[in-house]
Ligand binder design. Structure first.
Ligand SMILES: [Fe+2]
Length: 319
């Protein structure tokens, strides 16, 4: 890609439903409050051709670090009870409770564990750039942090969502391999005009995935673990639809970007992301369904396997 202002303007234009949905994050979603504007918040001036920017860690104010600490304290307490083991262990290794993390420092930890690194970005980036970063084990993290009045509600991913939500899982070798494979799958999805189907995989695993551990439901999706409300809702609500992981069903299921999810997909273990997705040939599924309307998110379909909570997370054993 050639760096130019035009390209960065194109990022704004590319903020279509697909791109926005891939990235769109709403913390403590408020019904009816979706941002209808296509204006992006980040400062794209000076971004490189791959949309990366310097993090400029020294530029964060004391108030911004303090805001991070409060967000961290709230979410880590919820994660103890409701997050997957891999997330909790990854978060502990990152040692990032005291302020907005330095990406270089975190990248060194990540690189040693799984070969991933963090790159700073101004905000949303075009999907082909996003796919390329992932395929090359670079995770784009927004450099700015939400304002004080946005602690519970945010219309674009910030550094707290991107780092706290996503980076801990990248320390898990299985999940790290899955994420790189996901990025590599982008090229084919683009060529086959099936990016929305691939985006639904990201949405229902990387952002809003649940995992069964010791008979209880735990969250590993970044959109869940960085949201106080959805962490509790997704793992404990007795009525929301939770289905056994089914790649084809996921690729055919619409999702909400302006409220808590009304369907979650539950994996048995992280290895299922490899055996169920990385080893799956998406091509025939794209061909069969890319021109069909997706299923509404809140309805059972024939063949669905609902998952019932056998044991609430507070009763589940931590290991
Ligand atoms: Fe995210």
């Amino acid at each position: 890609m050639v760096e130019s202002t035009k390209n960065h303007d194109a990022a704004r234009d590319l903020c279509t439903e697909t791109v926005r949905a891939l990235w769109y994050y709403i913390n403590m979603k408020k019904p009816g409050s979706a941002n209808s504007s296509n204006e992006l918040r980040g400062d794209y001036d000076g971004a490189r051709a791959d949309y990366t920017v310097p993090q400029d860690h020294a530029a964060y104010s004391a108030a911004e670090h303090e805001r991070w600490r409060r967000l961290y304290e709230r979410q880590v307490a919820l994660a103890e009870k409701h997050a997957a083991k891999a997330f909790r262990e990854g978060l502990a290794r990152l040692d990032c409770a005291d302020g907005i993390p330095d990406f270089e420092h975190a990248s060194a930890i990540l690189d040693e564990a799984t070969g991933w690194r963090i790159v700073a970005v101004p905000g949303f980036i075009p999907d082909e750039v996003f796919f390329d970063h992932l395929a090359n084990r670079r995770f784009p993290v927004t450099r700015w942090i939400r304002e004080e009045h946005e602690l519970d509600y945010l219309v674009e991913p910030d550094v707290f969502h991107d780092f706290f939500g996503h980076v801990p899982m990248l320390l898990d070798p299985t999940f790290a391999d899955f994420m790189a494979a996901y990025g590599a799958a982008g090229e084919r999805a683009r060529a086959m005009d099936a990016v929305p189907m691939l985006a639904r995989i990201y949405w229902y695993t990387v952002e809003f995935g649940l995992i069964e551990e010791h008979g209880g439901l735990k969250a590993y999706g970044a959109g869940i673990v960085s949201s106080a409300g959805e962490t509790v809702f997704s793992t404990t609500d007795p009525d929301v639809l939770r289905l056994r992981f089914d790649p084809e069903r996921i690729m055919r299921t619409a999702y909400a970007i302006d409220d808590f999810q009304s369907t979650y997909f539950v994996i048995d273990d992280l290895q299922q992301l490899i055996t169920g997705l990385v080893d799956l040939d998406f091509g025939p599924i794209y061909t069969r369904y890319r021109d069909t309307e997706p299923f509404p998110a809140d309805r059972l379909q024939d063949g669905d396997e609902p998952v019932t909570i056998r044991k609430l997370p507070e009763d589940a054993t931590h290991d």
